[in-house]
Write a protein that binds this ligand. Structure first.
Ligand code: NDP
Length: 288
């Protein structure tokens, strides 16, 4: 059985679980562990690494740069530009700074971290300039709700948007109502951030619910693995979701990679729906 992959509109295929890096680079004492974790993730097939100029004021990108040194070709590298850099010239400069910190000549995917007051046309125009210069392979957005995506689709380069990175996990599944179907219809994968609800820091309920634990026991898996398998669950083909858990501890990296092989069946999904029901009406986008 092939492992689940997500296909971007530009036909790049990537394993449906990648690696997040928020909070990496914040403490020098942890740097070696963080580099080791990211390299192990790559060894285990977690090819997408997500970072941002915001994380640790650029130090997360430096950690990633160290981790991918000598193995750039294995990585699908994603970074994000701050909304305060969304104007054309500032965005070009921000990208160049990210590339320098990452020690690479190009990003595979560059995202607008969240919406700014800069007109979308200008930001997308800057992304197009970066593509023409060979500095990025593609671009997308983050923290956009359906109305934002509709507006984006109406701009000249709107159809070039590859993804929308948003908060999504079993306990925070408002996008199941409208955003996920909207993107699925357009074959634009959702990139799920906080797929583990920050190990309970964000939402303890998913980690302590007996029904989630029961599904985990059935699969001889950890709750974290079930949360990841749920995020990329069987509908992944039609409703593509790519999850980007952040993990520094070795056993977490291993567990997250192994979650690619867990297939939840209809009974599991019913049990999880009963514990955390799908939304019946529009909910505003969750953010952190
Ligand atoms: P996550 O939901 O990924 O949770 C991370 C926490 O889970 C860490 O404490 C980690 O511990 C722990 N963990 C990892 N794997 C396991 C496991 N198998 N079992 C138990 N615990 C585990 O939270 P994040 O906020 O980090 O979100 C993921 C990524 O999404 C970010 O790192 C970032 O790249 C991106 N993001 C994007 C945002 C945006 O606005 N676009 C906003 C927030 C995040 P440890 O590290 O000790 O191993």
């Amino acid at each position: 059985m092939p492992l689940p992959q997500v296909r971007f509109p530009n036909a790049r295929n990537i394993p449906a679980i990648g690696q997040g890096t928020w909070r990496m680079g914040e403490r020098s004492s942890r740097r070696n562990d963080e580099v080791r974790a990211l390299r192990m993730g790559l060894d285990l097939g977690l090819r997408l690494i997500d970072t941002a100029e915001m994380y640790g004021d650029g130090r997360s990108e430096e950690v990633v740069g160290e981790a991918i040194r000598g193995r750039r070709d294995e990585v699908f590298l994603v970074s994000k530009v701050l909304p305060s850099h969304a104007r054309h010239d500032a965005l070009i400069k921000a990208c160049e700074n990210s590339l320098r910190r990452l020690g690479t000549e190009h990003l595979d995917l560059y995202l607008l971290h969240w919406r700014s007051s800069t007109p979308l046309e200008e930001t997308l125009g800057a992304f197009e300039t970066l593509i023409a210069q060979g500095k990025i392979g593609s671009y997308g957005v983050s923290n956009f709700d359906v109305d934002d995506l509709r507006e984006l689709a109406g701009t000249p380069f709107g159809a070039h948007c590859q993804t929308n990175q948003v908060l999504y996990n079993l306990g925070s599944r408002g996008i199941d109502f409208d955003l996920l179907p909207y993107q699925a219809e357009r074959r634009m994968p959702v990139m799920a951030y906080c797929p583990l609800a920050q190990a309970g820091g964000l939402d303890d309920a998913v980690w302590t619910h007996p029904q989630v634990q029961a599904v985990a026991d059935k699969h001889r898996a950890g709750v974290g693995q079930i949360l990841l398998a749920w995020a990329i669950r069987p509908q992944w083909d039609e409703r593509p979701v790519l999850a980007i858990p952040k993990a520094v501890q070795t056993e977490h990296v291993q567990a997250n990679a192994a979650a690619l092989e867990i297939q939840l069946d209809a009974e599991d999904l019913r049990a999880l729906d009963a514990a955390f029901p799908p939304p019946q009406h529009k909910r505003s986008l969750d953010i952190v």
